[in-house]
Design a protein around this ligand. Structure first.
Ligand SMILES: [Mg+2]
Length: 348
């Protein structure tokens, strides 16, 4: 028997977070706590991807509808549990994600190991450093965002109307690695035109220039590209990878798009087989989601895990970033503990 606890927690952004989809100051996050009869527990998080159009509350409602099946489940193996849960949660992958992370965390805590060790992974020196995301804003403001924090890599959010010369101004101010994410807001012609500035300013890669429906356009870009192209919106889950491998150089895996760590591991395996670069990314998330993502670090080429750095009311402590480098606490599971003042909110 398991005990399922579900919560909506409102994460507050330190500064408004703006992308091509719009701006927001706060983000609703679905938090799941699972407890077993021996007193083991695990915690997970899922933040709905904005453009999929469902809310954290809807994900929670669906989860609650299946409370009895979940609580009666005999949890021994995370993969079997994920397949069971997927059968009724697939419509809202944030719910599946939160539940899957909680199950992995619980099982690793029970085994008294960090989760990456349960998977046979070892932390190593070549693990990628995280970028810091520059929220879409006026040029001066984006320059100021970059100067406000010392990171080895910045990811520059761009929109349909962003003046590409912004990159030249950023480049004048820094030797850091720069990557660009257009969040599906550019046209084919615009992207082709932008290639020269992207190359000139040594942009590491371009993430999701076009709408995920525009495969024909992606074909044109892929043929004419001057830098690697990474799929984000075009790559939701395992089913999308094969197609993406003909149009992109790599994929950005997000736990909340694909439904947790279990499918993320499968995606990494398939992407490698197809010769794709592998990135993992985050939403605005607490240290729970970020620490879960961090377990994949030994397997990644690129990582965007600044989600908890961007919020002012994190309720947990776990893996954190120091100048872009992930610091792992010496704790089991996903390495998270709740801050004292939030214990009662989460039923401890
Ligand atoms: Mg993206």
């Amino acid at each position: 028997m398991l005990q399922l606890h579900t919560y909506i927690y409102t994460l507050q952004n330190k500064i408004p977070f703006t992308t091509a989809y719009g701006s927001r100051r706060q983000t609703e996050s679905l938090i799941v706590v699972l407890k077993d009869e021996q007193g083991n527990w695990g915690i997970g998080e899922g933040v709905p991807v904005r453009y999929l159009g469902y809310t954290a509350q809807e994900a929670l409602t669906l989860l609650e509808r299946h409370r009895t099946e979940i609580e009666n489940y005999d949890l021994q193996d995370a993969l079997a549990f994920w397949e069971f849960a997927k059968s009724f949660l697939h419509k809202y992958p944030a719910a599946l994600c939160a539940l899957d992370i909680a199950a992995h965390d619980l099982l690793a805590r029970k085994a008294q190991k960090p989760l990456y060790q349960v998977w046979g992974l070892v932390l190593h020196d070549k693990m990628p450093l995280s970028n810091y995301t520059l929220s879409l804003a006026e040029k001066d403001e984006m320059l100021a965002q970059m100067q406000s924090i010392d990171f080895p890599i910045y990811k520059v959010k761009m929109g349909k109307d962003t003046d590409i010369s912004l990159l030249k101004d950023l480049r004048k101010q820094t030797d850091a690695i720069l990557r660009v994410d257009a969040n599906a807001s550019w046209s084919v012609e615009q992207t082709l035109q932008n290639f020269s500035v992207l190359s000139e300013t040594q942009i590491e890669f371009l993430e999701q220039p076009l709408s995920p429906t525009d495969w024909q356009g992606m074909g044109v870009l892929h043929k004419n590209r001057t830098l690697p192209l990474i799929a984000d919106e075009s790559c939701q889950d395992l089913n999308d990878i094969e197609k993406c491998s003909s149009f992109f150089d790599g994929i950005n895996i997000k736990l909340t798009k694909c439904g947790g760590l279990t499918p993320a591991l499968q995606m990494i395996k398939l992407a490698r087989k197809l010769g794709l670069k592998v990135m993992a990314g985050c939403m605005t998330e607490s240290s729970v989601g970020i620490s879960a993502l961090a377990q994949l670090l030994p397997l990644l080429d690129y990582v965007d895990m600044d989600g908890s750095t961007l919020i002012s009311n994190d309720f947990a402590e776990g893996v954190f970033l120091q100048n872009g480098k992930a610091v792992f606490p010496k704790r089991v599971g996903i390495g998270v503990r709740l801050k004292q003042e939030y214990l009662s909110f989460f039923g401890f």
